[in-house]
Design a binder for this molecule. Structure first.
Ligand code: PEP
Length: 249
């Protein structure tokens, strides 16, 4: 049985005081939660949030990491620095990184392998643009991003990889893929994992859905066979919206 995994991506929101308030509230309200949880604040908030979630059932995630361990990389943050702060998971290949900041599959793959090499868990985001969906290319885009993102990853490391299917047209737009459409892509991605790593690995890998997940649609999405959780953006910024998603039944 795959466990449900609900992650909140706080993006570029919150000051330290605001982040601490949200993290404390989540620790209190999710302590009896039955699923796996993660919050991913901005780099500047990690130390503050780390001190609050340490020893709880909420993991600490970063929203990105550099492709190099250390060196002359102005403005970048290394996996070594993230681990030093208590980060356990890193989100890579988010559509905002791909489409606003020009990250390609080769760069994402380099980051992913480095993060795995340092013992981190990775949430690898994949997903098609609206024009790609309309051209009937959603599956092909997700397949390419999955295959290239995982190139060179050993089967033994796959247990620390989570895939997040995030159709780009659904992120922050209020538009959600129907549970049926999302499930079909999740099943397709699971099949891609099966081709790469075999049926057992395909059955085990956690595939989150992301794209305007809200308290009102979380349970319907999660009821689908291949949807194992959510990567939540806007609704992760408030306890009133994140906790009901995290505690969906
Ligand atoms: C995201 O950025 O990963 C995301 C899914 O955002 P939202 O929930 O706001 O659509």
């Amino acid at each position: 049985m795959r466990e449900y995994y609900i992650a909140g991506n706080w993006k570029m929101h919150k000051t330290r005081a605001e982040a601490a308030e949200l993290a404390r509230a989540l620790v209190g309200q999710l302590k009896d939660g039955k699923h796996k949880y993660l919050v991913a604040p901005s780099f500047t908030l990690l130390e503050t949030v780390a001190a609050i979630v340490k020893g709880t059932n909420i993991r600490l995630g970063a929203q990105n990491a550099a492709a190099e361990e250390q060196g002359a990389h102005t403005g970048e943050v290394s996996v070594l620095q993230l681990k030093d702060l208590g980060v356990q998971t890193v989100i890579l290949g988010h559509s905002e990184r791909r489409h606003t900041y020009g990250e390609d599959d080769a760069l994402i793959n380099k980051k992913l392998k480095l993060a795995l090499r340092h013992g981190l868990e990775v949430i690898l985001c994949v997903g098609e643009l609206l024009e790609e969906r309309e051209a009937g290319r959603a599956e092909a885009v997700c397949e390419t991003q999955t295959v290239k993102g995982l190139e060179g990853v050993a089967a033994g490391d796959l247990g620390r990889v989570v895939i997040a299917y995030e159709p780009v047209w659904a992120i922050g737009t209020g538009k959600t893929a129907t549970p049926e459409d999302a499930d079909a892509i999740h099943a397709y991605i699971r099949g891609v994992i099966g081709k790469l790593y075999g049926p057992e690995a395909a059955g085990k890998i956690i595939i989150q859905y992301g794209g305007s997940v809200k308290p009102e649609n979380a349970a319907q999405l999660m009821a689908k066979e291949n949807i194992d959780g959510a990567l939540v953006g806007g609704a992760a910024l408030k306890t009133e919206t994140f906790v009901p998603i995290a505690k969906f039944s």
